[in-house]
Design a protein around this ligand. Structure first.
Ligand code: AMP
Ligand code: FE
Ligand code: FE
Ligand code: ZN
Length: 288
């Protein structure tokens, strides 16, 4: 009997703020011994085609995205990440929301750079855009500019309170999280709440919000993630049990923009099967 399949449902490529191209990502996934990998770039499906094209034999590819969402039930609105799997990449309303959020990211990035420059910090927006290489722009790209300028040593330091974590942090116009869940379902896809309990990233969603999202179509919760403590993982599992949601685990791999390795956290095969069974078949799991 062969060993249980190894499944990593959350990774980033150069289509957003990862450092491996989509083709390099799927090759690295196969080399790491994964059987299933999901490509979940921020607010884009641009990595789907090149990942599919390069898919190594024996690896299954789940095409997805990580949607920048916001809950407007508290003030200031709470930013949240929603993983979306196997949705129709041409669903007009979803496509329009993703394009709008990508534009909002560029606008916010430019404003962050203006704040930095006003304080005499020599970073350049055109250079940051070039660094993003046409992928969805994010703070990790601004972090690289701070590293190049010798102001911080690491991405982690760039996300500290003196820099992009607080002092030079600006909000962006994200997708209302209830609308996002509905749009993903309407596009035949499956929505999973990414790192829902990651208190080290800031404020977190109350359990009541997660229950309300489950009622409108949320399918799962990511429990095993490097940003969750053991107690936070246990809390997410218990909540998922209570709400009948699927529990996932994943690396949230970003290449050299983070230290975590592919497959550092994985999803149980039974949970994966449940998620795939909920997709409406517009986008299938691709087999290499
Ligand atoms: P943004 O999407 O522009 O708001 O930036 C958030 C992204 O930055 C996340 O998706 C992570 O990829 C990355 N990130 C957030 N916090 C950290 C951190 N402490 N260290 C490294 N990367 C981080
Ligand atoms: Fe990211
Ligand atoms: Fe995330
Ligand atoms: Zn992510």
């Amino acid at each position: 009997m062969s060993a249980a399949p190894r499944i990593d449902l959350h990774t980033h490529s150069t289509a957003s703020d990862g450092t491996l191209s989509p083709a390099e990502l799927v090759r690295a996934a196969a080399e790491s011994g994964l059987d299933v990998v999901a490509i979940t770039d921020h607010d884009t499906t641009a990595g789907w085609a090149p990942a599919l094209e390069a898919l190594p034999a024996g690896l299954s590819l789940v095409r997805g995205a990580e949607l920048s969402c916001r809950w407007y039930g508290e003030e200031p609105a709470l930013p949240l990440h929603l993983l979306a799997y196997l949705f129709d990449p041409d669903a007009p309303e979803l496509v329009a929301e993703l394009a709008r959020v990508r534009a909002a990211r560029e606008e916010r990035g430019e404003r962050i750079v203006a704040l930095l420059r006003a304080d005499g910090i020599d970073v350049s927006w055109p250079e940051i855009l070039t660094g993003a290489g046409g992928g969805t722009v994010g703070r990790p790209h601004i972090a690289q500019a701070l590293i190049r300028a010798g102001l911080v040593a690491t991405t982690t330091e760039a996300f500290g309170p003196d820099w992009l974590g607080e002092r030079y942090r600006l909000p962006k116009e994200d997708i209302d999280v209830f609308r996002a869940v509905r749009l993903v379902r309407a596009a035949g896809g499956v929505p999973v709440f990414a790192h829902p309990r990651a208190t080290r990233r800031g404020r977190i969603a109350p359990d009541e919000l997660i229950a309300d999202l489950a009622a409108v179509g949320l399918a799962g919760l990511e429990a095993d993630h490097e940003d969750h403590s053991p107690a936070e993982r246990a809390h997410v599992r218990a909540l998922a049990d209570e709400l009948g949601l699927v529990v996932t685990g994943s690396s949230d791999f970003h290449g050299t923009h983070k230290t975590v390795r592919l497959g550092a956290f994985t999803t149980d095969p039974g949970a994966y099967e449940r998620l795939v069974a909920e997709a409406r078949g517009v986008t299938e799991v691709a087999s290499g």
